[in-house]
Design a protein around this ligand. Sequence first.
Ligand code: HEM
Length: 455
Amino acid sequence: MEVVSPLPPGPSAAPAVQTLRWVLRPIAFLEAARREFGDAFSVRFTGFESPMVMLSHPDAVRALYTGRDHGLPPGRTFALRPLLGERSVLLLEGREHLDRRRLMLPAFHGERLRAYEALVREATEREIATWPVGRPFAVHPGMQAITLEVILSAVFGVTDPARRERLRGLLIGLLDGTGRPGLQLGVLLARRFGREGPLARIAALREGVDAVLAEEIAERRADRQVERREDILSQLVAARFEDGGAMDDGELRDQLITLLVAGHETTATALAWTFDLLVRHPAVLRRLLDELGAGDERYARAVVSEALRLRPVVPLAGRRLGSELRAGDLVLPAGTDVTPAIWLTNTRAESYPEPYAFRPERFLEQAPGTYAWIPFGGGSRRCLGAAFAELEMRVVLATVLERLTVEAAGPRPEHAARRNVTLAPQHGTRLVVRARPGTGARAAGAAQPAACAHT
Ligand code: HEM
C-alpha cells in the first residue's frame, strides 16, 4: 500500500479566520506561523478545498522552482483569468506556457531595455513637476502614474495622443477595479457561495480596453517596418513561435493586459516601499546620492535589491506539484499546492545577518543564493519583467533624487496593506519634497514663495 506523507502542520484556526488574518495582517500571520512551525507549514484558506503548504528554506524553494512538471495552483488561475484572458503567459501551463516565454523573452533582454531609460526619465520628470513642494503627500499614486506612462510607451507603444488619453482612462478604471483592498476577499467569498462576484465587472471593463487595443494592433500589423519599432507590442507582432506561427490579435491583447497588470502596480509599489526605506535611512540615502553623482550605479542596484528583499511586493508565487517534492526532511506528494512565503525566505536569519535591517551593502559584499532572494519568483516562471522593473526603479530613483530632496512626512515606517495581489505601504509613503539646491528643478508648488527652497 502506498504511504502518503502527511502535510506539515499549520495554524489550527478555522479557514475563515486564517483567511482574514492573511488578508488583513499578512506579515504578522507569516511571522507567527514561522515562530510556531518553522520553515514549512500548511494553511487553509476559505474557498479552497485543499491546504496550501508555505515553505521558506532556500533548498525547498529550489526543489519547487526547478521541478519541471509542476503546474499552477488554482488561486492564480481563477482570480486572474477574467482579467488577463485565456492565453495570458501568466496563466498557461506546460508547452503552451514555454512557447510564449520563448517568444516574449527577447523583448525583455537587458540590452533592449536600455532603449527605455529615456522614456522612464521623461515620465518621471513630468510627474515630479506636479508634486507639491514642502507639503506632505503620498508618493505611491505618483509612482503608479509613472509606471502607467512607461507601460503605455514602452509596452503598448501608443503614440497617438487621443488614443493614448482614451486608453489611459480605461486602464485606470480597470486597474482601480483590480487594486481594491477588498477584492481578494470578495472573490473568495463569491467563489465560496457560487456567485459571480467582482470578477464579472472586471471582465466588462476589460472589453472596453480590448476595443482600443484592437485599433492599435491593426495599425501595427499594417506597418511594414514594425520590427524597427522599439515597443514590446511591435516586437510581439513581429516575433514567431518555433513552428513559424504568430500570436493572433486576441492573444496579443491577453499578453498586453498581462504585462500591464504584472508590471504596473508591482513596480509602483516597489518604488513606494523603496522611498519609505530610504527616507528612514539617511546614511543609505546619502551614499546613494554620492554614488549616483559619481556615475556609479552599483549602489543603486544594491538599494533596489535590498528594498525588494525587505519589502517584497508579491507575497506568494506558488505551484501545484506535478510530482513528489523532496527537500531535506520535507516530503510533499504530487497534487499538493505549495508556495514559497517570499517574505519568510527573504528574511531568513541563516541567509541574511540582521535580516530585518535595511543594509544595501550586503548585496555588494556577497550576492545571496538564487533561492534565498525571490521577490520575482523563480524557475521557468520567474518574472519576465524583472530586469525591466529593476531598470525602471533605478532610473526613477535617480531622476527624483537628482532634482528633489526627500524626507519622511511622519515618524513611523509604513505597514504592509494588501492591494489585490500586492503588499503595499498602507498610507502610500507620505513624503515632503523640495527642489534640490543648485538643480533649478521645479515641482508644482515651486512657484509659491513660502515653499520655494531651490536656489
Ligand atoms: C518590482 C516589480 C515586479 C515584481 C516584484 C514582480 C514579481 C513577479 C512574480 C513574483 C512573478 C511570479 C513568478 C513565479 O511564479 O515564479 C511574476 C511573474 C511575471 N511578471 Fe513580474 N514582477 C514585477 C514587474 C514586472 C514587470 C515590469 C513586468 C512586465 C512589464 C512583469 C511581467 C511578468 C510576467 C509576464 C510574469 C509571468 C511569468 C510566467 O508565468 O512565465 N513583471 N512577477
